[in-house]
Design a protein around this ligand. Structure first.
Ligand code: GDP
Ligand code: MN
Length: 391
């Protein structure tokens, strides 16, 4: 799960990670009210959306007066902010963070992520922080330092020194930086983070280290033990179809292609997407209905796939194990009766109760295309999608 910058900064405060003074505002008037409490100008007005790259997209602006705060907040609230992380349609901004503007001496990059391959928590940092960090990573990766921490030992003073030396931090910043890094690490561990990122972490002219930006992603599987984080969820920032699917416990992710697919098992779903691509088409979604799916779940999965207007054909690929073929077939028939299926459907089914499943589909009167094997299924649905897309 992702949260907004202003929410990340609330957690930073709780862990004594210094942030600029400020508060979230939902209207230009409220933005002015917040600005008045900040004790002077400039003030920064920042769009609150889950995507990064807001600065380059025009979602982060400095204001020198009350009038400017009002005008800039008015521009930003309600805009469809397009960044390299939002896609071309952008994301509607509903709120802004209004903060005191700082005199920046240097912008650093700092993040903490788990590295599953080495079973360590890794701190990444760079002297070349700020809005071009992606370019730094691509062109001069040697400018990004990494320090791995054994999670059983936790963060030690020597880890902090190693990162600080790697950043060429002036001696005066050593102490506040080490304290910040330890606190940030603690936050990451306490809340089961999958990413904590501060870009930029700034050194100010008066000798402090401040988190100017803040991003935290959480491990969804651990959210049950962080009720306070669940309250931060902002459904407006999520894909509407993904939200709908999560209500039914379906593992669904909306994608850009036009071949819908319904599969049981995440590995099989990934293999199915590969085969669709290999056959020259693009998947419209990832959907793992799960091993123990009921016919209701299959029906809901169908409804969600069909509510994506770009879907031109559907591939059902089920290996009947715990989810038996007859249960799947019932779900398909129910969905067809209730919602009507207006695109061609290719079915590849094998496994438990296959005969019964085939009988139910055959007797349903539905116009389904059956496939002999997985490759055949992917080829057939790709041909349909390509044909439909060209009409
Ligand atoms: P992002 O583009 O979505 O990552 O948004 P950031 O919060 O990182 O802001 C983008 C850029 O705005 C930063 O890299 C800074 O250069 C600039 N910025 C943000 N806050 C301030 C501030 O208080 N003072 C100054 N001078 N620049 C700021
Ligand atoms: Mn940033």
């Amino acid at each position: 799960m992702k949260i907004h910058e202003y929410q990340a900064k609330e957690l930073f405060k709780k862990y004594s990670v210094p942030t600029p003074q400020g508060r979230v505002a939902f209207s230009p008037d409220e933005a002015v009210e917040v600005a008045k409490t900040l004790g002077g100008y400039p003030v920064v007005v920042k769009a609150q959306i889950h995507a990064g790259g807001r600065g380059k997209g025009g979602g982060v602006k400095l204001a020198q007066s009350e009038q400017e705060v009002e005008r800039i907040a008015g521009q930003i609230i309600g805009m469809d902010l397009v960044t390299h992380q939002t896609g071309p349609r952008g994301q509607e901004v509903k709120k802004v963070l209004v903060e005191q503007g700082l005199a920046i001496a240097k912008e650093l990059y700092l993040s903490i992520i788990p590295d599953r391959a080495i079973a360590r928590i890794v701190i990444m940092a760079s002297e070349a922080g700020g809005m071009d960090i992606e370019e730094v990573a691509a062109k001069t990766p040697q400018k990004i330092i990494k320090v791995a921490i054994n999670p059983l030992q936790g963060i030690q003073a020597h880890h902090c020194r190693q990162v600080a030396f790697g950043l060429n931090l002036p001696a005066a910043f050593m102490k506040p930086f080490a304290a910040l890094l330890k606190n940030l690490y603690q936050l990451f561990v306490d809340y089961d983070g999958s990413l904590v990122e501060i870009n930029p972490l700034v050194l100010t002219a008066d000798g402090s280290v401040v988190a100017l930006d803040g991003k935290i992603n959480f491990d969804d599987n651990a959210l049950f033990r962080h009720q306070d984080i669940l309250e931060y969820r902002d459904i407006d920032e999520e894909d509407p179809l993904d939200v709908e699917a999560s209500k039914y416990n379906l593992n669904y992710i909306n994608l850009d292609g036009n071949v819908g697919n319904m599969v049981n098992g995440a590995g099989l779903a990934m293999a199915t997407m590969d085969l669709i691509k290999l056959a020259g088409a693009e998947p419209a979604n990832f959907l793992d209905v799960g091993g123990g799916a009921s016919s209701e779940m299959v029906e809901n999965g169908f409804r969600i796939i069909l509510s994506d207007p770009s879907v031109k054909g559907i591939l059902i690929n089920i290996f009947g194990g715990i989810l038996r073929c007859d249960v799947l077939a019932e779900g398909v028939v129910q969905a067809a009766q209730k919602i009507g299926i207006n695109v061609p459907v290719v079915v590849r089914m094998e496994g438990t109760n296959i005969e019964e499943g085939r009988r139910i589909l055959a007797e349903s009167g539905l116009d389904l295309i059956t496939a002999t094997d997985l490759k055949d299924a992917a080829g057939k649905v790709a041909d349909i999608a390509k044909f439909e897309a060209n009409i």
